[in-house]
Design a protein around this ligand. Structure first.
Ligand code: HEC
Length: 332
C-alpha cells in the first residue's frame, strides 16, 4: 500500500520502522475515499441521466425493501469499522509499548527548549539516535502542553505537564530530520524546531563519547568549576567565604586546618584528594562528618581538575593551570 505514495507528493521521507505501519492504513483510507468519491459522484451522474420521473412508478419502495436496505447499510458500515479496528489494533499496541532492549533517552521540554538526556547523563539540544535499533523516549514537560513530532519517523506524541509519556521508534535511514512540536505552545514556539540526527550505531557511540568528554577544549580549572556544580559540591561549599554545611572553598588550598581529633593538616594536593575520596577519615573542626565520599564516583583526573580549580580560589594556589589537551600528553 505504501506504493501509493505517488498519490501524495507532500509526504515526508519514510525513515523509520513504523513508517509502513502508519502509511499503510493512511493510504488504505485514502484509496477507499477516492473509490467512494468516484462511486458517489459517478452513480449520481448515471442516475440523473437514467432515472427521469415516470408516471407509472410507485411513490415509495415497499416497507420490506427499505428495512433490508437499512440493515445492509448498518451491518456493512459496522463490519467495516470492526475490520479497521482489528487490523490496526496490533500495530497500535506495538507502537505504544517500547521494546525492553531500547536505548532510553529522557526528553524534557519547556517553552522554546528541548533537553535530550542520554543514558550516560550527557544533555544536548538535538536528538541523536542510532539506526536499526529501538530508541525509547521518556517525555516530560515543565510548563505547557507540547508534542514531540518527527514526521520522517511518523512519530507524534503529546507531552502533558505533570505526566510522563513514552514514544519509541527504530530509525532505518541515516540523516538529519526535523523534530518539532505540533501543538502551539505560546512564547518561543518557533524555537521548538530542532533536529534528529540518525547515525549508525558506531557513529552514535563515538559521538556520545566525544561530546560527553568535558575535558575536551577546557582547562583543568574550568572542568573543576563545572564539576563543582555538576557533582553537587555547590550545595555544601560556597566560593565566597560563606560557611554552609561544609567550609567555603575560598582560600582552602594550601592553608592549614585543625581536625576534630586535634591534628593540624595542610590542604595540599594529597589532602584534598583524600578529603574528596574519603572525607570522613579526617574531619575539619567545627563541621559534621556528613560529606558524601566520592570514591568510585570521581575519576583521578576529575579530582586533579577540582584541585586545579581550588588553587585558583586560593591566595596560596599558584597559577599552574594548563590546557587539558597538552596535560594529557605530558602525563602519559
Ligand atoms: C553533603 C554536603 C557536602 C557535599 C555535597 C560536599 N562536601 Fe566537601 N565537605 C563537607 C563537610 C561537612 C566538610 C567538613 C568536614 C570534613 O572534613 O569531612 C567538607 C570538607 C571538604 C574538604 C576539606 C576542606 C578543608 O577545609 O580542608 C574538601 C576539599 C571538600 N570537602 C571537597 C568537596 C568536593 C570537591 C565536593 C564535590 C565533589 C564536596 N566536597 C561535596 C560537606 C560536603
Amino acid at each position: 500500500l505504501t506504493g501509493l505514495h505517488f498519490l501524495s507528493t507532500w509526504f515526508p521521507q519514510a525513515a523509520s520502522s513504523r513508517a509502513e505501519q502508519v502509511d499503510g492504513p493512511f493510504f488504505a483510507v485514502y484509496g477507499a475515499a477516492i473509490v467512494a468519491l468516484v462511486l458517489t459522484v459517478g452513480l449520481a451522474i448515471v442516475f440523473i441521466r437514467l432515472l427521469r420521473p415516470r408516471e407509472d412508478l410507485p411513490d415509495e419502495v415497499s416497507g420490506q425493501t427499505r428495512v433490508m436496505l437499512r440493515g445492509i447499510w448498518v451491518l456493512g458500515a459496522a463490519g467495516l469499522a470492526a475490520l479497521i479496528l482489528f487490523a490496526g489494533f496490533s500495530d497500535h499496541v506495538s507502537q505504544t509499548l517500547s521494546p525492553f532492549s531500547a536505548t532510553r533517552i529522557d526528553v524534557t521540554t519547556r517553552q522554546g527548549d528541548w533537553d535530550f538526556t542520554y543514558p550516560n547523563g550527557h544533555v544536548a539540544d538535538t536528538l541523536h539516535v542510532p539506526t536499526q535499533k529501538p530508541v525509547a523516549l521518556t517525555l516530560t514537560s515543565e510548563d505547557v502542553i507540547q508534542s514531540l513530532s518527527i514526521p520522517a519517523f511518523r512519530v507524534n506524541q503529546a507531552i502533558l505537564p505533570g505526566r510522563i509519556t513514552e514514544a519509541w521508534f527504530a530509525a532505518t535511514d541515516t540523516g538529519t530530520f526535523v523534530l518539532r512540536s505540533n501543538i502551539f505552545s505560546g512564547d518561543d514556539y518557533a524555537k521548538m524546531n530542532t533536529a534528529v540526527v540518525a547515525q549508525t550505531d558506531l557513529e552514535f557511540e563515538a559521538w556520545l563519547r566525544d561530546v560527553s568528554d568535558i575535558f575536551k577544549g577546557r582547562t583543568y580549572a574550568e572542568v573543576g568549576e563545572m564539576l563543582y556544580t555538576r557533582q553537587g559540591c555547590v550545595t555544601c561549599h560556597s566560593v565566597d567565604g560563606t560557611k554552609l554545611i561544609g567550609p567555603s572553598f575560598l582560600d582552602v588550598y594550601g592553608h592549614q586546618f585543625k581536625t576534630v581529633d586535634g591534628q593540624t593538616v595542610t590542604a595540599d594536593d594529597a589532602y584534598i584528594r583524600e578529603s574528596i575520596l574519603t572525607p570522613n577519615v579526617s574531619v575539619i573542626e567545627g563541621y559534621q562528618p556528613v560529606m558524601t565520599p566520592y570514591a568510585g564516583i570521581l575519576e583521578d583526573r576529575e579530582i586533579e581538575a577540582l584541585t586545579a580549580w581550588l588553587k585558583t580560589l586560593s591566595s596560596l594556589g599558584g597559577t599552574d593551570d594548563v590546557a587539558t589537551d597538552g596535560q594529557e600528553e605530558a602525563d602519559e
